[in-house]
Structure formats: C-alpha cells, structure tokens
Design a protein around this ligand. Sequence first.
Ligand code: ADP
Ligand code: ADP
Length: 229
Amino acid sequence: RKMVEATEIVKIYGSFRALDRVSLDVFDGEKVVIIGPSGSGKSTLLRSINRLEEIDRGKMIVDGMDIMDPKTDITKVREEVGMVFQSFNLFPHKTVLENLTLAQIVVRKRSKFEAEEKAMMLLEKVGLVAKAKAYPGNLSGGQQQRVAIARSLAMDPKMLLFDEPTSALDPEMIGEVLDVMKDLARDGMTMAVVTHEMGFAREVADRVIFMDAGRIVEEGTPEHFFTAP
Ligand code: ADP
Ligand code: ADP
C-alpha cells in the first residue's frame, strides 16, 4: 500500500522552480533517503508531503488523502505524518515530559495519566527517562533531537519525515540520534529522510533518491549508489 503518492509535483518560488515535476511513491514500511546538493529541493519535497509547503501543480496523496483538496483535514494528515526538523523545535518553557504530553492531551484527547505513561515509555526508548523533568535548554543538542523524535512518536504517526535531523548537531552527538532512527527503521516505521549521512543511507535505506535542481535525477538501492563498479 502506498503511504505517499506524489505525481508530477511542481513548487515555484517567484519564477524559480524548487520542484520541477517530481513524482515519488513511498510504500508502507519503506525507508526512503533523499540526498543531493544544497538547494536541490529536498526540504521542499519533504515539506510538501504534509503541506508545510503548498505545491503549485501536480497531485499529492498521503495515506489516501488528497492534500490539495480543500475538504481534506490537514491536521489529520499532520497527525499521521510526523516531522522532525533540523532545529528540534521543542517548547523551551515546558519540561521534556510536558513537551511529550501536550499534543497527546490537546490533539489526541488522552488523559494526563495516559499521556504521561506513553511519554515515559518513549523516553525509555530514546534513553532519556532521567531527563523527564528537565527543560530543553539544559539538554545537549543530541538529547533535544531525541526528545523531538519521541514527541513525534507520541502521536502514533504512520510515517515520519526527517529534514536533516543531525545537521545542527556537534559530530559526537550525531551517532546517538542516528541510532534512535535506526531503531525506528527496524521497528518498521515508514520514513523519508533528508540527510548528508551516507553511512545511514547505506545501512537503512530501502531506496535512495538523488535530487538536483528540483528534479529526481537518480533513484535506486543503496548498493546502486554506494558500491564501486
Ligand atoms: P534543499 O533542501 O535541497 O537544500 P530546499 O528545498 O530547501 O533545498 O530549497 C530549494 C530551493 O528553493 C533553494 O534554492 C531555496 O533557496 C529555494 N527556496 C526554498 N524556500 C524558499 C522560499 N520560501 N522562498 C523562496 N525560495 C525558496
Ligand atoms: P534549511 O536548510 O534548514 O531548510 P533554509 O535556509 O533552506 O534552511 O530555509 C529556511 C527557511 O527559509 C525555510 O522556511 C525556507 O522556505 C526559507 N527560504 C529558503 N530559501 C529562501 C529564499 N531564497 N527566499 C526566501 N525564503 C527562503
């Protein structure tokens, strides 16, 4: 089953085509890694999946919902497709635990008890139970990003989008975030990941997509990309 079905999508900024007729299907459970030079449209493609960017032309179906149809509830799309950003985007004045429970309570209508139980389970998964009462500003970048991933998972998404999740981290913290992502991949999460971490792509991707100048110029298995001829 297709989780994402993008057909000939076009995104234009002024007169600049950030996406130029890009077609991409992502199947349930598939891990797609998107690589390519800076400015090639990787982030725009990812953001168009949950309509953080509105596409100008083409068709985008996400979990059976046409996201360009005005009748589609975009908040539902965003509940099902979580996003992890380069810059963590945690609420600075809320504790780690509160960061993980807020949307569960407000959006998913869970009880505080239920939300906290889920949050603690996820903190255990990312190795941060001890930081439940801490504020994001007192955590390292790697820890903040692990909290951000846990927060996405708290909504029980069907798919996660990662936009350069390790690019803002000091080198020694990249591994701990990639390890959490590898665990998710092993658990069968459907993932689309924009990254410069070629080791991750090689290890985790079912399919690697190479973009240049707003187009997908090559697509294949990691072996295809990373094995010397
Ligand atoms: P990548 O993720 O591959 O680095 P992006 O998708 O972020 O590329 O950007 C693709 C191109 O679109 C870049 O040239 C960028 O400057 C341009 N761009 C992105 N967002 C905007 C915007 N809001 N307004 C104008 N140009 C934009
Ligand atoms: P990142 O690499 O984290 O995606 P960017 O610098 O590409 O960061 O983009 C940061 C924000 O600025 C995004 O919201 C993007 O849409 C916007 N942006 C990027 N390029 C341009 C541009 N040329 N003109 C206007 N906005 C842009």
